[in-house]
Design a binder for this molecule. Structure first.
Ligand SMILES: [Zn+2]
Length: 300
């Protein structure tokens, strides 16, 4: 049995999987807000529940976190759950449960899940993309999560939007301190802000896609521009990584148009006479982060 945990801003989810990936146990608990010791205790309690329910003990635990481990300090960085920043969550949970704990960024866990037995199973190179409240990414090569000296593999969301177009709204500041990051255009809130910049109307991302389906001209224009921006942004990744498959997760991955229209559009940006890269929807949806955490293995 293997156990994965997805530590989110509002909830903590645990799943226990069989070696073949079958779900044995699943439980959710609210994330204690702004309280790090209570968060550690809640994680340990969920592990106890999973092992009590299944009757198995797991030799190590994987946790997906909304951030990364700084290779320089060993501490959590880049986390939007502020109480995690600067903590050693792996050591603190490990001290409570007396077993090794492996942490990884949630987008990395998503990519690992989809590459292991999801939408990109059996392929040699995968770029996993989260298009949700933020824009993240992870890279899996030959079944192994790619890691680098700065622990930022796949973080395409904080590159600038490539091939600027006069129809793009003006660059807006990003929480990372830069301006015009891909995340400020392609996240759900980023897309909604683009729409408001150009129309003055405050709508949620899902509402804009629905209006476009109903023939609303402003929404049709905005969604068409989003598709072009996504195609440009992924084309710049394809030019560097040339993955066999790109898998989309997060709220915007539910937009069916993306899978037909984005590959048509990226042909004009990718540096190749033909583009055979596959664009697929995540198989496990919201469960991919927690499943990928279960597939994590200690480095080395
Ligand atoms: Zn940024």
């Amino acid at each position: 049995m293997q156990i994965g945990i997805d530590l989110g801003g509002t909830k903590i989810e645990i799943q226990a999987l069989s070696p073949r990936g079958e779900l044995l146990f699943r439980q959710r608990a609210p994330t204690p807000q702004g309280n790090y010791p209570a968060t550690v205790a809640a994680i340990a309690a969920l592990i106890g529940q999973a092992e009590h329910h299944t009757g198995h003990t797991c030799p190590q635990i994987g946790i997906a976190i909304p951030g990364a481990i700084s290779p320089a300090s060993g501490l959590i960085k880049n986390a939007n759950s502020v109480c995690l920043i600067g903590q050693r969550l792996d050591q603190d949970v490990s001290a409570l449960i007396q077993r090794p704990v492996v942490l990884a960024n949630d987008a990395d866990c998503f990519a690992l899940s989809e590459a292991t037995d999801g939408a990109a199973a059996g392929t040699a190179s995968v770029f996993g993309v989260i298009l949700g409240t933020g824009v993240g990414g992870g890279i899996v090569i030959q079944g192994k999560l790619l890691s680098g000296p700065n622990a930022i593999c796949g973080e395409w969301g904080h590159n600038p939007l490539p091939w600027p177009d006069p129809a793009d709204p003006a660059a807006r500041p990003c929480y990372c301190g830069k301006q015009g990051c891909i995340e400020t255009y392609l996240s759900g809130p980023g897309f909604a802000q683009q729409f408001q910049q150009q129309t003055g109307t405050p709508l949620m991302s899902e509402q804009i896609w629905q209006l476009a389906d109903q023939g609303d001209p402003e929404a049709a224009q905005a969604t068409g521009r989003y598709i072009d921006q996504l195609a440009r942004s992924l084309a710049s990744v394809i030019n560097i990584l040339d993955p066999e498959v790109i898998v989309l997760g997060g709220g915007l991955s539910n937009v069916k148009r993306l899978y037909s229209e984005v590959p048509q559009r990226w042909e004009r940006y990718v540096f190749s006479d033909s583009v055979t890269t596959a664009l697929r929807r995540a198989k496990y949806g919201d469960s991919s982060g927690v499943r990928g955490a279960a597939w994590l293995r200690p480095a080395g």
